[in-house]
Design a protein around this ligand. Structure first.
Ligand code: SF4
Length: 298
């Protein structure tokens, strides 16, 4: 026996050293830009299969497992009873476990009670990667994201309150190369991030990706959509930063995903937003510091 994996496998960059386990296959959504799971039919796995995979992992890795990432697309859709069963079993097997995480859609968070979320957090399912993409409701509709700006803000606040760390991803370039749409996307996304700020200081994460066209996706087939160029992406990032509040305490910002042209990192954006803005300005004047097109990927 070995752990079951159905390719292709995706995980956030920060889960590089995590044990990867399927709780679901595929994703139940079909955002227009995303080709991650188009080859898989969405299914929630029977929980006994996921538990069996954890048992297999114990045979291979012993007690070395500290982090588990539950796949695929929106594994947080599983009923809290199922997620708790997985989390409790994992804690028994791996005494050094300190984090279980998964991708989540805002609706997966909103349909759960604060009590259910707190129990998950207490059982170490204490981090979710929330697909934000944009704060612009018109753009949200056009990419078929199925979560409004206000729902995304509410989901983030619910996660903060239950002590589940939120790592949100935004997509630069999602509005294409129309300067007005790009500006609106950046401004509304900054406004959304400002409103996601936790009421009390705690770590929360925003990561930026840059849109790339993936074959066989609706966005790829959309002849009206024109990719934003490199300087346009940087300008969008600058606009985003200019509209971000200065007091976003605890916000850890990253643009270290392979799709980005410029790698920015801040462990508390309330302390060094201007430094990052200066890095963007420098890159606008010195495009030679940007990642080459051939080095980018999703
Ligand atoms: S972006 Fe996320 S929610 Fe949308 S289809 Fe892809 S994996 Fe699913």
């Amino acid at each position: 026996m070995s752990i079951f994996y159905k390719e292709p496998i995706f995980r956030p960059p920060s889960e590089a050293n995590s044990l990867l386990i399927h709780a679901t296959l595929g994703c139940q959504y079909d955002c227009s830009f995303c080709g991650m799971y188009i080859s898989k039919r969405f299914q929630v796995r029977p929980v006994h299969e996921t538990l069996k995979d954890l048992d297999e992992a114990k045979k291979t890795y012993g007690e070395n497992v500290r982090r588990i990432f539950l796949m695929d697309g929106n594994a947080f859709v599983c009923h809290p009873k199922v997620l708790n069963k997985i989390a409790v079993h994992a804690q028994k097997l791996f005494p050094n476990l300190n984090r279980i995480s998964s991708y989540a859609h805002a609706s997966d968070v909103l349909r759960r009670s604060p009590k259910d979320l707190k129990t998950l957090s207490d059982n170490k399912l204490n981090m979710v990667y929330l697909g934000i993409e944009t704060g612009d409701d018109a753009l949200i509709n056009s990419i078929n994201k199925k979560s409004s700006k206000s729902e995304l803000i509410e989901a983030a606040q619910k996660l903060h309150e239950s002590d589940i760390k939120m790592s949100g991803t935004i997509m630069l370039g999602l509005a294409g190369n129309d300067p007005k749409k790009s500006f609106q996307h950046a401004k509304e996304t900054a406004d959304l991030i400002n409103k996601m700020k936790p009421k009390t200081k705690k770590p929360w994460y925003i990561s930026a990706l840059t849109t790339m066209l993936v074959p066989n996706t609706p966005l790829h087939e959309d002849s009206d959509f024109k990719l934003q160029d490199t300087m346009g992406i940087l300008q969008e990032l600058k606009t985003l930063f200019m509209f971000l509040n200065d007091d976003l305490h605890g916000l850890i910002f990253r643009s270290n995903h392979a799709s980005n042209y410029l790698n920015l990192q801040s462990n508390d954006l309330s302390k060094n937003k201007n430094e990052l803005l200066a890095q963007i300005d420098y890159a606008l004047d010195h495009p030679e510091v940007l990642k080459a097109e051939w080095m980018r990927g999703l």
